[in-house]
Design a protein around this ligand. Structure first.
Ligand SMILES: C[S@@+](CC[C@H](N)C(=O)[O-])C[C@H]1O[C@@H](n2cnc3c(N)ncnc32)[C@H](O)[C@@H]1O
Length: 246
């Protein structure tokens, strides 16, 4: 998958958390002078929204190519290539430091959160908006259960900690953050639509490529789309957020 395809995926994920962001941002009273940093900003899907709040919007990712893509998406954002474990910012630099679908990819999330804590000013806020718990997922009917089990195996092989979601509170507390609250993204589903599943399948097949030959992935694809056409297929991955004061 190229960065344009990843961006499409990240935009879709950002829509899933749009209402949550509005809800969590409201009490923070962010304004045009607020300094906002996203860790693991990827292709920049969330940067334009933050720029609309403040020109002091920063993104950081260790993937140089993604950062180049993000610079086109959000030319006015300050984008840095660096590792989340060692943030190249002085202490107390930001009012809000957040991440979105990042910690699942991090071997020691508490260490990244410690850095997020360090660069956020006293009275500021640290938020992890969306961390999935793949071990708690529900997929139905059987063909989707089979695909989900394979996708989880692939994610694990790629270095994802599958139960990150349920551990969020623990990671925040270990990072020395206080007044931590945690919640889960709620939702409403109409059953999988074939049109949406085309993009979802791109991600699934990208993951399955780490485990299966192309031929077997094609067979699963045929079965999944046939099942979809019959209706009623459903996938739910519990996805958590956490927020804390500094
Ligand atoms: C799933 S993407 C999410 C991108 C963006 N937050 C969004 O939601 O659109 C996770 C991003 O985290 C970045 N990432 C993973 N580990 C990192 C690390 N140790 N330091 C910096 N970036 C990291 C990846 O390069 C990737 O772009």
């Amino acid at each position: 998958m190229d960065n344009a395809a990843w961006h499409q995926r990240f935009i879709l994920q950002s829509l899933w958390t749009k209402a949550l962001r509005a809800y969590l941002y409201k009490p923070l009273n962010l304004a045009a002078h607020s300094r906002i940093l996203e860790i693991g900003s990827g292709t920049g899907a969330l940067l334009p929204e933050n720029l609309s709040i403040s020109p002091y919007t920063f993104g950081l990712d260790f993937d140089y190519q993604r950062n180049q893509y993000a610079k086109n998406v959000a030319p006015n954002a300050n984008i840095t290539t660096a590792n989340a474990y060692y943030l190249p910012f002085p202490a107390n630099s930001f009012d809000l430091c957040f991440c979105h679908y990042l910690l699942l990819w991090i071997e020691n999330p508490e260490n990244v959160l410690k850095e997020m804590h360090r660069v956020t000013r006293p009275g500021g806020t640290v938020i992890a908006f969306a961390e999935p718990d793949y071990e708690g997922r529900i997929d139905t009917p059987e063909i989707f259960q089979d695909i989900a089990a394979l996708q989880n195996a692939s994610l694990k092989k790629q270095g994802v900690r599958l139960d990150t979601g349920r551990r969020l509170m623990q990671y925040f507390i270990q990072a020395g953050l206080w007044n931590v609250s945690m919640g889960m993204l709620s939702g409403e589903w109409k059953g999988k639509q074939t049109s949406d599943f085309v993009l979802e399948w791109e991600i699934i097949s990208h993951d399955l490529e780490t485990l299966l030959p192309h031929k077997e992935i094609e067979i699963l694809k045929q079965k999944a789309f046939k099942c979809l056409a019959q209706g009623g297929a459903f996938s739910f991955v519990p996805t958590f957020y956490a927020l804390a004061s500094v």
